[in-house]
Design a protein around this ligand. Structure first.
Ligand code: BES
Ligand code: MN
Ligand code: ZN
Length: 492
């Protein structure tokens, strides 16, 4: 993506033919009315806007000619109050819909710095396009965003918004990249390169080291593939940090299901199964770049889940990093196996908070649809993540970890089994219960587990419907903003 020029100003830029001016509209006394901003809209005030197709319907855009070749883009602002979150979505829809303009000027109502950064973030996120593989793709023409606002020191928000949006967009690129071009070894190399460029320390374990060091989950899932697994550990340890958060991401670069092979229709889309790893990678990169005073460790559990003569079989027993044995009853429940290792390893450092992110279960989509992530875990961790998601304007929903469902994980011969064959009830929750078995105890405690939250993003990680707001089709980059907010909050 072209590096966009972003500016905030109180002064209307000189009119040029390549400009789109984004103006919100609302229904006032049943009349579609532009929201008063900086532009003098006297020229269109006599028009019957509704008859031109202008509507209050959220994010519907109508183009109306303005003076000197400027185009007014009247965008429906919906019936609700325009807060930071609505503004982010609205600006995202606008920049996504106006990529044929060189200059997009936002004349939207902003009352505080939150609103300003909402508009800028939305604009940058909405401008995302994945064009790597499309010769015929029309690249965006937009090179500059201008935000008209009278909020003092508005430009101070540009830097942060840029970092956060760029990291979300990088995650989208990585997640959208097909599995023939993104696999554990080259993803580990890419991650290490990006982390080192920011001065972070990186450790990469290859398949031999994984086996030797007891990572039976990652090794076991990865051994069916000709592309061996990796574990990437990235550490950001700023001086003076008081709190430590560990982020563990599921990084299945492709999930065929393994020998418990998925049917053809369910396999499509499984390149997205590394979204959790992309989330934790791009979160730690953003947090480090923003320089928050929170220690962060990211763990990317990378493997390709393939069926082959070397693959783990149903009924095989593997031993994970914390010593627990698992009978693999379903090789398609592989995410919990790689994450079990990641959670156990992360626990050895006694972080104050442990968060995992994973496209773990189809059941999460069935339960929560395509926009909400399922959130499970210990009460304190759940409320911290909930607060951070609220701050970021992202959607999570607290789900329970019912103890009675633990019976589903009883194996006849091992400490656990990874799935109950034939069971369809509470799939997301059982996934969470399995992971809980790999969360270590707090330092010095004999019973209290480390504060832990599990985020099942199988629904929102990928948008296979139409684009909306700042969310494109395909990879969404969801929850990076939440994790960045979380680290920011822990620094205070
Ligand atoms: N990667 C899938 C989960 C998934 C499904 C993500 C659909 C996104 C869309 C995961 O590895 C999986 O296959 N889970 C199984 C678990 C089951 C075997 C216990 C599932 O959901 O069917
Ligand atoms: Mn699977
Ligand atoms: Zn999977």
């Amino acid at each position: 993506m072209t590096i966009l020029k972003i500016q905030t100003t109180t002064k209307i830029p000189a009119a040029k033919a390549s400009q789109a001016v984004v103006i919100g509209v609302k229904s006032v006394a049943q009349t579609v009315t532009p929201i008063k901003g900086s532009y003098d809209l006297a020229g269109i005030s006599g028009l019957n806007l509704a008859s031109l197709g202008v509507s209050e319907k959220f994010e519907s855009i109508t183009r109306i000619p303005g003076p000197n070749g400027v185009v007014y883009c009247l965008i429906g602002a919906g019936p609700d109050e325009l807060d930071e979150d609505n503004l982010r979505e609205l600006a995202g829809a606008a920049s996504r819909g106006l990529s044929d303009f060189e200059h997009v000027i936002f004349d939207l109502p902003t009352e505080d710095l939150g609103d300003v950064s909402g508009v800028i973030e939305g604009a940058l996120l909405g401008a995302y396009k994945f064009t790597e593989y499309k010769k015929s793709a029309t690249p965006s023409k937009t090179t500059s965003f201008t935000l008209l606002t009278s909020v003092p020191r508005a430009s101070a928000t540009i830097g942060n918004a840029r970092v956060v949006a760029a990291s979300v967009n990088s995650a989208r690129d990585e997640i959208n990249r097909p599995a023939n071009d993104l696999y554990p070894a080259n993803y580990a190399t890419l991650a290490a390169k990006k982390a080192k460029a920011l001065g972070l320390s990186v450790e990469v374990l290859d398949e031999k080291q994984l086996e030797k060091q007891g990572f039976g989950g990652i090794a076991g899932v990865g051994k069916g593939s000709s592309r061996p697994p990796r574990l990437v550990k990235i550490s950001y340890a700023p001086k003076g940090a008081k709190k430590h958060v560990a982020l563990v991401g599921k990084g299945i670069t492709f999930d065929t299901g393994g020998l418990s092979l998925k049917p053809a229709n369910s396999m499509v889309g499984m390149k997205y199964d590394m979204a959790g790893a992309a989330t934790v990678l791009n979160s730690i990169l953003a947090i480090a770049e923003l320089g928050f005073s929170t220690r962060v460790t990211a763990w990317m559990c990378l493997a390709e889940n393939m069926p082959s003569g070397t693959a783990t079989r149903p009924n095989d027993v593997i031993k994970l990093k914390n010593g627990k044995t698992v009978e693999v009853t379903n090789t398609d429940a592989e995410g919990r196996l790689v994450l079990g290792d990641g959670l156990a390893a992360a626990s050895l450092e006694y972080p104050d908070l442990l968060v995992d992110v994973a496209t773990l279960t189809g059941a999460a989509r069935v339960a929560l649809g395509n926009r909400y992530a399922g959130l499970m875990g210990s009460a304190d961790a759940v409320s911290e993540v909930e607060a951070a998601s609220f701050e970021a304007g992202e959607l999570v929903w607290h789900m329970p970890l019912p103890v009675e469902l633990k019976d589903m994980l009883k194996s006849d011969i091992a400490d656990l089994q990874n799935a109950k064959i034939g069971n369809t009830a509470g799939g997301m929750l059982i996934g969470g219960l399995f992971l809980k078995e790999f969360v270590g105890l707090k330092r010095g405690s004999k019973s209290e587990q480390i504060s832990w939250a599990h985020l099942d993003i199988a629904g929102p990680a990928n948008n296979d419907l139409a684009a909306y707001g700042h969310t494109p089709k395909g990879a969404t980059g969801v929850l990076i903003r939440t994790l960045v907010s979380l680290a920011k909050g822990m620094a205070q």
